[in-house]
Design a protein around this ligand. Structure first.
Ligand SMILES: [Fe+2]
Length: 462
């Protein structure tokens, strides 16, 4: 077990469980109107025989489902049984390289340039089909109840084994479609492919050529546009080809350049390009259009140190990810930026009914205590008054992505925030349920196993 309080959560999970959580492990009262399933995913196996991954993003994906019904809780966890996971489990050694520099521990050249699809980043319902996602490979289809892996998903052979598939699909509330993308980066030119998907098929798709290297993790939707951000980065493939570095570590920020917002008109597919700034974006929070302006809230990184975080000694980030608002004027093709607060923040969310529309509130994971290593509170920001309200956690309790569960579709504040927490003092994982309006924790559910820090997830109502 690692000594660092935040990173002590990074332990190999060795069990797959299905069990009721006993009432003695529920502190506080589960709200009677909270019924559904929380799905979460993240890396949870980090290597064999002390030969561990180079970066936690290279760990094998594990899904957790926490089913809440009538104040009772049922817990499940299962690894995504990817090809690489099964092969390595059989051999008890690493047979593939990871995107973030993890090395093969067998000495053969087999798979030397093949990256392991760890399927560890996000999980999403494509209509009734549950898929686990990793952006440099195909999704895996999971049974929504048992979490068993059923197959790799290629949408009736519409995708090839080498195709990419984003980890951030979105439901477009304006046309009731599920939209996702893939990006094929190239040195001179990159290809961005937009796809509309149902359970079994890619119903519609089109590709756009973009000049230069493209690494895009997320996008935003407004009434008329899909919005992407092409950050000012470059890629040097040589250290990867000769086996010195992972793909992720060969990406560098171009210090003197600025990025570009790429707005794709949903009807005409016409592109409008608007200059951005010198930073990188992993996640957008929300965007909406008013007249000729698009208002987009995103989390900006001034460098890419997160891609080089070492698994054996992960240090807190020196440069904080910052929530900023950018206003894009479609006519003048100009952008203006504004900061919200100076605390580090990530994983922003809004009431789902306000997605793509004018919202007033954002909830995020926030670091507001300089003695803590990573996010230690859930912050709500009123984005018209800039007023903040924090729900703070105890010392050495580290939180993950907040998930908003709506209680009332017409009241933006009416809901619960769910977040997974690592108690680095007592070495336990728990689910925290927070009243989104009062910003007070109302219940915690102690989980039966240690859950390493996860990445994304969602709430599915009954
Ligand atoms: Fe993400």
């Amino acid at each position: 077990m690692k000594n660092n309080r935040w990173s002590s959560a990074f332990q190999n999970v060795e069990v797959e469980l299905e069990l009721n959580i006993e009432s003695k492990n529920i502190i506080g009262e589960i709200p009677s109107n909270l019924n559904g399933t929380l799905y979460r995913i993240g890396p949870a196996f980090f290597g064999y025989n002390q030969e561990l991954v180079n970066h936690w993003f290279d760990g094998d994906g594990m899904v957790v489902s926490i089913n809440i019904k009538d104040k009772k809780v049922f817990f499940r966890n299962k690894f995504v049984k990817t090809k690489g996971y099964l092969e390595e489990k059989k051999e008890k050694k690493s047979l593939y390289r990871g995107v973030f520099g993890s090395k093969k521990t067998d000495s053969s050249l087999k798979n030397f340039w093949k990256l392991k699809n760890v399927s560890n980043t996000n999980i999403f319902f494509f209509n009734n089909k549950l898929l686990s996602l990793w952006e440099a490979g195909l999704p895996y289809h999971l049974d929504a109840l048992s979490l068993e892996t059923l197959s790799i998903e290629n949408f009736n052979n519409q995708l090839n084994e080498s195709d990419f598939f984003s980890a951030h699909p979105k439901y477009d509330p304006f046309n009731q479609k599920i939209i996702t993308f893939s990006s094929k980066p190239g040195m001179i030119k990159s290809i961005l492919k937009i796809m509309e998907i149902d359970s079994n098929n890619i119903i519609n798709s089109y590709s756009i050529d973009l000049k230069g290297f493209l690494f895009v993790h997320d996008f935003a939707i407004t009434k008329e546009y899909y919005i992407f951000y092409q950050a000012p980065i470059s890629f040097n493939p040589v250290p990867y080809i000769i086996g010195l570095k992972g793909v992720g570590q060969c990406i560098k920020k171009k210090e003197m350049k600025i990025g570009t917002f790429v707005l794709i008109n949903k009807i005409t597919n016409k592109i409008t390009s608007i200059p951005g700034n010198n930073e990188f974006i992993f996640h957008h929070v929300n965007a909406y259009q008013k007249d000729k302006n698009i208002y987009i809230d995103s989390v900006y990184y001034s460098d890419l140190e997160i891609l080089n975080m070492e698994f054996n000694d992960p240090k807190p980030l020196k440069n904080k990810p910052m929530l900023k608002r950018c206003i894009l004027n479609i006519e003048s093709k100009k952008s203006t930026f504004d900061n919200y607060t100076n605390d580090a923040m990530e994983f922003g969310t809004v009431h789902p009914n306000y997605y793509g529309k004018l919202n007033k509130y954002i909830w995020l994971a926030c670091l507001n205590n300089k003695n803590q290593e990573y996010f230690n509170c859930i912050r709500r920001i009123n984005i018209s008054s800039y007023k903040i309200k924090d729900c703070n956690f105890s010392e050495n309790h580290y939180i993950g992505e907040p998930i908003f569960v709506s209680k009332n579709n017409n009241n933006e504040l009416a809901g619960f925030i769910l977040t997974m927490v690592w108690d680095g003092e007592n070495k336990i994982s728990y689910l925290s349920i927070i009243d989104a309006e009062e910003m007070i924790e109302i219940c915690k559910i102690i989980l039966p196993i240690i859950i390493p820090h996860q990445i994304h997830g969602f709430w599915h109502c009954f």
